[in-house]
Ligand binder design. Sequence first.
Ligand code: NAG
Ligand code: NAG
Length: 384
Amino acid sequence: MRLRLSPRGVGTLLSKKTFQMMLMLLTVVLVAVVVGVGFLHFIFDALYRSVVKTEKPRWWRQFLCASESHHQPQPDTQNIITLTQIMRDVNPTRNDSNVFLVDTGCNSHPKYRAWCTVESWARQNPDLDVWFLLTSLTIDDSTGLVNHLLRQYKNLRVVGTNLDLLLRGTPVYHLFKSKKWMIEYTWPAQLLNDMVRVCVLWRWGGFYSDTDAMCTRTHTLPLNAVAFESESVIGTAVLTFTSQHPTLWKLMKAMDRNIIPGVYSIIGPVALTGLLDNLCGETEGSISSLYHKTPITSTCANLTIYPPLYFYPIRHQMSKEFFSAGAGAISFKEMFSSSYALHMWNFFSEDMVVRAGSESIYDQAAQFLCPIVYSRATLHSDVF
Ligand SMILES: *[C@@H]1O[C@H](CO)[C@@H](O)[C@H](O)[C@H]1NC(C)=O
Ligand SMILES: *[C@@H]1O[C@H](CO)[C@@H](O)[C@H](O)[C@H]1NC(C)=O
């Protein structure tokens, strides 16, 4: 009776054995899968690391950053801000409501004067998004100034820029890729800046300002405005355009076509003035003949040309005036009431210092237009 195995008993016995075998098999398979996945993960991880490690720095960044290597932050330094990147992490959300400021020099330490300009635009234009574009990947904020500005001005964005992505698809991309600007010129960062400013205005519209052109008031000028910087030259240090403006596209084409090695501002004011002469010369007369008729709206280029007072109240030959003690008490008020921006001509005035409390035009303007930067810049020093 004990030996009698009921079919059910055999079934149970078999299924018990099968079950054990299946359990073992399953365990083996599971272990194999876990080991396999771990191994594959290890392989892919190693591959990924080797690719990332050996990825060459972008050629243009390598070039731009070479001269800045002494400014590169130490890896263990505190307060390094890794910048979010425009067009990768963040994009302007509104057309024509932007202010763009650009540093193409791979600079991780923009000077107080540049930050003063940035603050002046953010402070005077709370309704505009102010974008400070840099080619550096990081900002060294050991003084805490940048974080202070970002906390204070919610409309301010400080972002890194991939030039390849930004310029691609526009007529200056060809010029950028040709490397002419870095091989044949003394001012490569300046030329890049000339390309970038037109490109960002074409893409998103709004204002462009050099980092040495303080904003004196909330902007009420209609867009599509430029100004004479002298009797015969239209400046490009401050520009306002609606996005996709046809004249900007033509300007980028002219920049690519007409670049001549060794000529300063050849793709800046020279290109813009030349283009307007070409577009309007026949119908409206040469650009210099329009000087005494400003402000004048030019239908052939769809823009308004203003007199120098609007953005360039002091000529570059006279840029010393911004720094001369006492001059601010008289001139600044006057300028403030009639100018929209004060272009300081950094190219000519870089070596002149702003002396705190000297009541120079610069000193007065900075106290008034960029109070946060002014107090930081003068905290431990009388000059900046
Ligand atoms: C800006 O304008 C362009 C062209 O009209 C359009 O394609 C784009 O979507 C607009 N972008 C925003 C953020 O409004
Ligand atoms: C000027 O603007 C008008 C209307 O937006 C457009 O049709 C024309 O092509 C523009 N002209 C130039 C030269 O950009």
